[in-house]
Design a protein around this ligand. Sequence first.
Ligand SMILES: Nc1ncnc2c1ncn2[C@@H]1O[C@H](COP(=O)(O)OP(=O)(O)O)[C@@H](O)[C@H]1O
Ligand SMILES: [Mg+2]
Length: 313
Amino acid sequence: MITDSQSMVCNGLTKIYSKSQTKALDSISFSVPSRGVFVLIGRNGSGKTTLVRILATELEPTSGTATLDGIDVVKEPDRLREKIAIVPQEARPIPWMTPAQTVQSYLLWRGFGYAEAKQRAHESLERLGFSGNSNTLNRMLSGGMKRKVLVAMILSSEAEIIFLDEPTTGLDPISRKEFWEVLKEIRGDRFVVLTTHYLEEAEQLADKIGILDNGKLIRIGTLDELRQSVKYNYSVKLLSKPAPAFIRLREGEMVTGRDGYLRILTTEEEAFSISRDLSRGGFKFTINPVVLDDIFFYLVNHGGKAGGDTEEE
Ligand SMILES: Nc1ncnc2c1ncn2[C@@H]1O[C@H](COP(=O)(O)OP(=O)(O)O)[C@@H](O)[C@H]1O
Ligand SMILES: [Mg+2]
């Protein structure tokens, strides 16, 4: 077994929820350095939350092992808990507390003394842009600020490994970008494990990206490494279905998503030529150089590794 004091390692990690007999994780194995930002992407139900909860010692796997910096998540959860902090999916700060009270009580709970908790809470809230409003009730804050209260909590602790499960789902675009700035700031001294279904977010933040689909890890690597999975550098995405029959490719690949929409991955020249035909025919489409969204689409729909029935997001 590979263990490494500076990495996150999973070996054959499997989770079957006993009640429903759902296999949420199907023999996941990977190793990533425990620094920077590791982003897990995948559709709803692909297993992101399950994986995060196991790694954060909230849930035990059915079989397989996982270690963080050499510490086994099942055998030594207490040792690990000192090093980690998690913001669960859909977590919100308690509405009738203030940001200052929220962060401070979290620190007290983590074992800090009163004075230090107060000081640390103040510092982390300042760092996240709370000044006048750290003493207003959480329920009065915007969605973005509420999320930031949770980040302030884990930032203020000494946790070296931070799990953020869909921290930006439902945030407006401006709050989401503000959130990215915060993450860019903290990535230097912590290891952040983030899940998202905004692929632009993964593209902006990730040092490494793992793609989950139907409980399987279908790819892991840097953005550049994932890019190698797609041979072509342009993408034409049809915005209506079914796709017109007149499309004939000289070069490239046509991939139909599980939702029935067609995407064409091809060369720049071919992409523009198809675009002209689509325009003339009055079809709606987008054309762009290949981004993570296209790579993801290609891998989950083309790989044929996981024939699921989940909806396209
Ligand atoms: N507590 C649970 N009990 C039973 N099934 C669950 C539970 N949590 C998640 N699942 C199922 O496990 C699969 C993976 O879910 P999840 O890890 O939440 O995926 P994601 O976070 O990518 O949306 C889904 O099929 C989901 O319905
Ligand atoms: Mg989830």
